[in-house]
Design a protein around this ligand. Structure first.
Ligand code: PMP
Ligand code: GLN
Length: 384
């Protein structure tokens, strides 16, 4: 293994899902739903397979039907008009979009600012691109984790190439506000930075939080690569259909990397996701309401079990503090939890450079059936 990757080992998601399988524990670690997405979308995939649509290499940028559906979605939801031929690129999940964007846009030695705790592939992809990661830490503040905008501003140097933003934010559940996003946009314009923004949880925002794409702020259209994924929005994490939207120049750049990573992504699923994006609004509101109810079940259960909960405004993750249980090391806690309580969770420390800051936090996924969440909470409570 080369030096760029040596520090990363096996992803925490693989480690913890294997632990769940081995111990039979309830898996609230890796974020995947335990119920599949809409039946009509699954049937669309079956039809595409059977009718021979997409069984051979689809076009490099993605099938036109899907690119058109993505552009229509951005227009309908956010009033962003995109040319489906030049401003949309289909990728093998958001994971490939992140990798291709960083490989295409980062020069060796460039600094990339990422919000810490950060989704684990960011660090690995910055490293593979030869970049230097500069974490800006979201800090607990009342009931949420908050970005300190002054810290973000101070982190920008003459070598900063790119801001890697994620909202709604995995693992903290923070949704950046309009004011925070406006400040980030101003900073990007002022310092002439590119922005890669991971918005895969765009449809999972709760209470009075609102998801606003960074690309919609003044001066951002031509410097922003926006990433999303059908895995999250339609509960098909196994299909690996994601996409970017950006200016023609940035799409061309990202595509230059993508063509040598996977060339194309799974054909028949692209036809199905094109249909999914055209589902009526009731699908999206129903999905959000379902996840909101689940959030509340798990949050209440974790509180009853004695943890301090940061109630997320978005995503399907809850970050909780284990110190009220007399614990302070999330990694040791999560390694012991399957035996102790029959539950798997993710130690948030692995998403930090400043491991000590992340040590007491643990992430639980709530994209699971209600009875599963209730059983997990009961087990945690029993285990004390
Ligand atoms: N970004 C974030 C913030 C995520 O949480 C995930 C999935 N857990 C991804 C990217 C990867 O998405 P995909 O499965 O579409 O590759
Ligand atoms: N994004 C999912 C999570 O945060 C997992 C994706 C993966 O396994 N790489 O749990």
């Amino acid at each position: 293994l080369n030096r760029r990757l040596a520090e990363f080992g096996t992803t925490i998601f693989a480690e913890m899902s294997a632990l769940a399988l081995r111990t039979g524990a309830i898996n609230l670690g890796q974020g995947f739903p335990d119920t599949d997405g809409p039946k009509e979308v699954r049937e669309a995939a079956v039809r595409a397979l059977r009718d021979g649509r997409g069984n051979q290499y689809p076009p490099g940028p993605g099938i036109p039907e899907l690119r058109t559906a993505i552009a229509a979605h951005q227009q309908r939801r956010y009033g962003l008009s995109l040319d489906p031929d030049t401003e949309v690129l289909v990728t093998a999940g958001a994971t490939e979009a992140i990798a291709a964007a960083l490989l295409a846009l980062v020069e060796p030695g460039d600094e990339v600012i990422a919000l810490e705790p950060y989704y684990d592939s960011y660090a690995a992809c910055i490293a593979m691109a030869g970049g230097a990661r500069v974490p800006v830490t979201l800090r607990p503040d009342g009931s949420r984790f908050r970005l300190d905008l002054d810290e973000l501003r101070d982190a920008v140097t003459g070598r900063t190439r790119l801001l890697l933003i994620n909202t709604p934010h995995n693992p903290t559940g923070t949704v950046l506000t309009r004011e925070e996003l406006a400040t980030i946009a101003e900073l990007a314009v002022e310092r002439d930075l590119l922005v890669v923004t991971d918005e895969v949880y765009e449809h999972l925002v709760f209470d009075d939080a609102e998801h606003i794409p960074l690309a919609s702020f003044p001066g951002m259209r031509d410097r922003t690569v926006t990433i999303s994924s059908a895995g999250k929005t339609f509960s098909f994490t196994g299909w690996k259909v994601g996409w970017i939207t950006a200016s023609p120049e940035l799409v061309t750049a990202v595509r230059s990397a993508k063509q040598f990573l996977t060339y194309v992504s799974a054909g028949p699923f692209q036809y199905a996701v094109a249909e999914a994006l055209a589902l009526p609004e009731s699908y999206f509101t129903g999905f959000r309401a379902d996840m909101l109810a689940k959030r509340d079940v798990l949050a209440a259960g974790l509180e009853e079990a004695g943890l301090t909960v940061y109630r997320p405004s978005g995503t399907y993750f809850i970050t909780a503090d284990i110190r009220p249980l007399g614990e302070s090391d999330g990694i040791a806690f999560c390694r012991a939890l399957p035996d102790r309580a029959g539950v798997v969770a993710i130690p948030t420390a692995v998403f930090y450079d400043h491991r000590d800051m992340g040590a007491p936090f643990v992430r639980f996924a709530f994209c699971k059936q209600r009875h599963v969440l209730e059983e997990a909470a009961a087990r945690l409570k029993r285990a004390g």
